[in-house]
Write a protein that binds this ligand. Structure first.
Ligand code: AMP
Ligand code: MG
Length: 495
């Protein structure tokens, strides 16, 4: 398929150690599951590549965009704390980079288009379930304001994939600021013992953090790309993690290969939003030790950053003592950066102008009470929002959420603290506390329907989750917590 616009291939140009050419394997009977026209418009995606038969075949791997150059990228990573020297895109391929109207480059990738040189015996395919989950979750996260990879399209292949049982297959078209991971740096630093590392670090720093690099160089001409990259990734991941914690999002597999240097959420596997609040909540069936439990996420991201820092040491400074000191100082900043951003988010959620040291007890009591009384995280915060805005009676919240006596008691302390805040703090709560989140039980139902060939519910949910901070008709269903028989307790990677 051709148009005057073309894919670019700047990462591929670094060499075959970074991107190995590969090709999609054709499928029998492609069918649309979803097409994200809003994203296509934002990307300045050619009309000729819109939702038509040619595009369907191309996104299913039966044809190629004229200027694309499919390739699989190399990476390694710590999986549940253990180093795996060679992972790579086993079921994903980069078609190329796309330059949007804003001048920014994004990666366009097919996920599930067949085996690559990194498939290691895997089939390179994806069942419909994980594709539907990633499409819905990533687009809902974007609407919630969380940095994330995006989903441009989802197509069913018409071919079965073999997992525990036969399942229908699908392919996701994923868009990311880039897919370069902490694990990509690890591959060059650890598996290849530094060969090609400097080229990678220069490339990724200049692609994502050029303004920060130029500013840092202006202040100190001796500063290295690696130093700037480390500091910017720390900032981006502190921001990302604070956002997850403020919304009750649990990624599920925070291995170093599932963390992007651009700071976007990636690889929506067994991820889930919490319904009932529990600090130790785990959904993933493979996370038996709870390593990636909700409350552990900030600590794990900090650990992942220390792995990145270690890989960057030889490039931070030629003097290794000095490099170590600089890296340690940077890594040590993560907890403060995270806490500052998270506190600001919490202040917005609780309707406070800013967080004071004395607010810690108030907030801890609230969370403890939610956990003890098994209350819904999202609804509890929206309930506070409507109270603060004198709007409870105009919503259906009282049908959806019944506060416990403990929470009602807590309300007195909260009201007295709130008497010292400005009216704008109440208004701000409305965009900090969503009405709807992509709840597990809805995602599971959309998957069931899509597996049976019906993508209508997927479309309905996608559309509802585009506007998460306002009430809409139908919210007695979409905003409600799951009934006990609807609750999802376990999620699966489906790889
Ligand atoms: P993930 O669970 O998506 O983080 O993947 C971990 C590693 O396994 C990556 O290197 C993937 O590319 C690879 N992988 C996962 N599923 C498949 C599959 N069906 N075929 C080949 N490789 C896969
Ligand atoms: Mg992954």
């Amino acid at each position: 398929m051709s148009t005057s616009q073309r894919f670019e291939h700047s990462f591929h140009a670094l060499g075959s150690e970074y991107v190995t050419p590969t090709a999609a394997t054709p499928v029998s009977a492609p069918k649309w599951l979803a097409w994200n026209n809003r994203l296509a418009e934002q990307l300045g995606w050619p009309e000729a590549w819109g939702q038509n038969e040619n595009t369907l075949g191309t996104l299913a791997g039966n044809a190629q965009f004229e200027s694309s150059k499919p390739g699989a990228t190399a990476y390694a990573g710590h999986q549940f704390g253990n180093y795996n020297p060679q992972l790579g895109d086993g079921r994903a391929m980069l078609l190329g980079e796309w330059r949007g109207p804003d001048g920014k480059l994004v990666d366009i990738q097919l996920k599930g288009a067949g085996p690559t040189p990194y498939s290691r015996g895997g089939d390179g395919r994806s069942p419909v379930g994980p594709v539907v989950r990633e499409y819905l979750m990533s687009e809902a996260m974007h609407a919630l304001g969380v940095p994330t990879t995006r989903a441009l399209a989802a197509v069913a292949t018409g071919d079965p994939v073999y997992r525990q049982q036969l399942e229908p297959g699908a392919i996701l078209t994923r868009v990311a600021t880039s897919h370069i991971r902490i694990g990509t740096v690890q591959f060059f630093a650890m598996t290849r013992q530094g060969k090609g590392l400097e080229e990678l670090v220069n490339y990724v720093t200049e692609r994502h953090y050029l303004a920060a690099l130029q500013e840092a160089k202006r202040l100190d001409p001796t500063v290295t790309h690696a130093q700037v990259l480390l500091n910017e990734v720390i900032r981006a991941l502190a921001n990302l993690t604070a956002h997850w914690q403020s919304l009750g999002f649990i990624h599920g597999v925070l291995n170093t290969d599932n963390m992007l240097l651009c700071g976007e959420t990636v690889d929506y596997g067994p991820c889930a939003f919490m319904d009932v609040f529990a600090a130790g909540q785990v959904f993933s069936s493979i996370d038996t030790g709870g390593r990636y439990a909700f409350g552990n996420q900030p600590g794990i991201v900090h650990w992942n950053i220390s792995v990145l820092a270690q890989c960057l040491l030889p490039l931070i400074d030629q003097d290794q003592e000095k490099a170590l000191g600089l890296a340690q100082t940077s890594v040590d900043q993560f907890p403060t950066l995270f806490t500052d951003i998270y506190s600001a988010r919490l202040a917005a959620k609780f309707g406070l102008d800013a967080m004071r040291d004395t607010d810690r007890a108030l907030i801890e009591t609230f969370f403890n009470q939610l956990e003890e009384d098994k209350l819904d995280f999202t609804l509890a915060f929206r309930w506070l929002t409507e109270i603060a805005n004198d709007n409870l009676e105009n919503t259906i919240l009282e049908d959806l959420f019944t506060p416990s006596s403990g929470i009602l008691n807590w309300l007195t302390q909260w009201s007295s603290r709130r008497s010292q805040t400005t009216p704008s703090s109440s208004e701000r709560m409305k965009s900090a506390n969503p009405v709807v989140i992509p709840r597990n039980h809805w995602v599971a139902q959309a998957i069931n329907s899509a597996e049976a060939g019906d993508s209508e519910l997927m479309e309905t949910l996608h559309s509802r989750w585009q506007d998460p901070f306002s009430w809409q008709a139908g919210d007695e269903q979409f905003a409600a917590a799951p009934k006990s028989e609807e609750q999802v307790h376990r999620t699966f990677c489906g790889t």
